[in-house]
Structures are given as structure tokens and as C-alpha cells.
Design a protein around this ligand. Structure first.
Ligand code: FES
Length: 103
């Protein structure tokens, strides 16, 4: 298990970037207070993924594909390519002190 942060470190709607097994990853605390984390690498051509709080989606900076926060699935992509594979989810655990761990 890898400690990422504590609940008090992350507000609703915000994200934290962390390293997961040598890869950039994103932890998001959703506006409805759920925690999710994904590898921040696009399954299309390994573009950088960022969290966009305004639209409540993950955004690939390379070709602007969007991914759903709940399950990392593809929300939208360019008509120039097919993209069915979503983001890779990281399982999380929160202990009684509010410490958040990647499993
Ligand atoms: S690399 Fe992300 S959509 Fe192409």
C-alpha cells in the first residue's frame, strides 16, 4: 500500500497528482465526496491526462479526449480515431485517520 494523502489535504472537486509505481497518477475527490484515482496516461497515444474541475472530467492534453470521473471510461474523443479503452483505475483505501492509500 502506498499513502497518497489525507482527506484534509484534498477538497471536494479537486485533484492531487502522485507517483504510482513510477507513473503519474491523479487522485480526485469528487464534488459528491467520492475518491477515485487513475493512471494519468491516455490509452490512445500516452498523452498527459489532467483533471478538469470545471467540466468534471479527465482531459487528455494531446488530442483532447475526455474521460468520465466515475469509472474512467471514454466520454468523448475526436472523430479521427477510435478510442474505446478508458483510464486505468487504481484501487484506494481510506483508514480511520482519513489517510488515503493506493493499493
Ligand atoms: S493521446 Fe489522448 S486522445 Fe490521443
Amino acid at each position: 500500500m502506498q499513502k497518497i494523502a489525507n482527506l484534509r489535504d484534498i477538497e471536494r472537486g479537486k485533484s492531487i497528482t502522485f507517483d504510482y509505481k513510477g507513473k503519474k497518477a491523479l487522485l480526485v475527490r469528487t464534488k459528491d465526496d467520492k475518491l477515485v484515482a487513475y493512471i494519468a496516461i491516455c490509452p490512445h497515444e500516452q498523452g498527459n491526462i489532467e483533471w478538469d474541475e470545471e467540466i468534471n472530467k479527465f482531459l487528455c492534453e494531446c488530442h483532447l479526449s475526455l474521460f468520465n470521473v466515475g469509472d474512467g471510461s471514454v466520454y468523448a474523443h475526436s472523430s479521427l480515431f477510435e478510442l474505446n479503452e478508458g483510464l486505468t483505475k487504481i484501487d484506494l483505501k481510506v483508514d480511520e485517520k482519513g489517510d488515503i492509500y493506493a493499493l
